[in-house]
Write a protein that binds this ligand. Structure first.
Ligand SMILES: *Cc1c(COP(=O)(O)O)cnc(C)c1O
Length: 459
């Protein structure tokens, strides 16, 4: 009997050409881009794994919803469509649309976070941490230690360490802790999921200390998929039932809809409490737009509403997560050091184990990411020292425990042939890794979130 291979639960209706390039073209382009992959033009890239944010392919249903968008300033039917989808899927009664995830953070944190506050969580995402630190508050990472060992097999490496959390909660007054942030899935530690068991423990500890729980929910559906596969109690639950259960333990959420709602632009805040909703509404009107559109067009709200249903469909999630695992396993089988188990949206290459000879002061993960681009026109992203920024007080570089090159897979966009192509190039670099001895130095950097605009020089 043949083993039945996996096949996607969709077929392709529209295609977009992508351009190949030569190695010498790429060497010239990346130098002109100051060795910052964000500075490349998209037509200088063949397979673009920079991010899975806003880069997915919308479904025929989402495109047809675009035509039904209501562009009324106030009270558009698109707003109510989005509200119905959010309430049905998350259970939260209140919501505010925003133009993307960091805007949701900006609005909600404007209402809740003040200078001197402490915000514990699991490896806060860079924009989340940015919005906390921008307000002179502090993000405290309470992720379990197992997350920092890339070879260790653990089903829920996004989990919060309850002892670390209790230490923060017991050593600080509750009015200094505006929220605990649970990131599902945990992007910065490798797209790793958080279990319902852990969410329950965090929630009961939060109640004990009188602190709110907010989800950074960009990849909530992928998180639910892993819960279904790995947490026995939920093996027979539907994705939507698991999602409802997850959110039942939270007071609210911020959402980058560019991820699991599979739209090119959009976000929202959803809340259980009317008073917080009212406070946040003021900032939404100031920063984003009136409360029934908040920086989004009616047509985009429609596509987002449909995207929440598309994105919580089991067959879709199975296709998505299998494709990520497919790439990850090609690399793993060739001996390339990757974060294990493979995460939901991306494969994370452990750059310190790939290039142990490159000193950390020369940006190991960035060095590898540039090399992969020159090798095959594959654009990945550094999740390492450059992203970690400088300490806001000492201004010293922060050297994270893990230096990753992240290969993020856009949703419903590339085929497994592209994954083979990417893997082959990475394996070729792996085989000549000893030739790469030096990295880069920084010539220019912004005071916060420097990775987007940093300029580098080859050493
Ligand atoms: C992408 C992301 C954000 C920020 O959302 P944007 O839409 O990029 O502004 C916040 N948190 C997590 C976990 C994310 O993945």
């Amino acid at each position: 009997m043949m083993k039945i291979p996996f096949a996607e639960s969709y077929k392709i209706k529209m295609v977009e050409s992508i351009r190949r390039s030569t190695r010498s073209e790429r060497e010239k382009w990346i130098k002109e881009a100051k060795y910052n992959l964000f500075n490349l033009r998209s037509d200088q890239v063949f397979v673009d794994l920079l991010t899975d944010s806003g880069t997915g392919a919308m479904s025929d249903r989402q495109w047809s919803e675009m035509m039904l968008g209501d562009e009324s300033y106030a009270g558009a039917s698109s707003f109510y469509k989005m509200q119905n989808a959010i309430t049905e899927i998350t259970g939260f009664p209140y919501f505010l649309p925003t133009h993307q995830g960091r805007a949701a953070e900006n609005v909600l944190f404007s209402a809740l976070v003040k200078a001197g506050d402490i915000v514990p969580g699991n490896s806060h995402f860079d924009t989340t941490k940015g919005h906390i630190e921008f307000r002179k508050a502090k993000a405290v990472d309470c992720t379990i230690d197992e997350a920092f060992n890339t070879t260790l097999d653990h089903p829920f490496k996004g989990n919060i360490d309850i002892q670390k959390l209790e230490k923060v909660l017991s050593e600080n007054p509750a009015d200094k802790i505006p929220m605990i942030i649970i990131t599902v899935t945990c992007n910065s530690s490798g797209g790793q999921p958080v279990s319902i068991g852990n969410i329950r423990e965090v929630s009961s500890m939060a109640k004990k200390y009188g602190v709110k729980v907010i989800f950074d929910a960009a990849r909530f559906a992928e998180n639910a998929y892993f819960i279904k596969l790995r947490e026995k109690e939920f093996a027979r639950h539907s994705i939507r039932e698991i999602v409802r259960e997850m959110f039942s333990y939270a007071d609210g959420m911020t959402m980058s809809s560019k991820k699991d709602a599979i739209v090119n632009m959009g976000g929202f805040i959803a809340l259980r409490d009317k008073e917080i909703y009212r406070q946040a509404s003021v900032f939404n009107i100031m920063f984003e737009g009136y409360i029934t559109y908040g920086g989004m067009s009616g047509r985009d709200m429609n596509a987002l509403a449909q995207g929440l249903y598309d994105g919580t469909d089991f067959d879709y999630l199975e296709s998505r997560i299998n494709q990520v695992a497919f790439l990850g396993n090609l690399l793993k089988d060739a001996g390339v050091p990757v974060q294990f188990p493979i995460g939901g949206h991306a494969v994370f290459i452990d750059a310190k184990r790939f290039l142990p000879q490159v000193p950390k002061e020369q940006y190991v993960a960035q060095t590898l990411a540039v090399e992969l681009y020159i090798e095959g026109g594959v654009r990945a992203v550094e999740i390492g020292t450059i992203l970690a920024d400088r300490d806001p007080v000492t201004r010293e570089n922060r050297y994270p425990d893990l230096e990753f090159v992240r290969l993020a897979i856009p949703r419903r966009t590339y085929t497994n042939n592209h994954m083979h192509f990417v893997a082959a190039h990475i394996i070729n670099v792996w085989e000549r890794r000893n030739e790469i001895k030096t990295g880069y130095s920084i010539r220019y950097e912004a005071p916060i979130m420097r990775h987007f605009t940093v300029e580098l020089e080859k050493i």
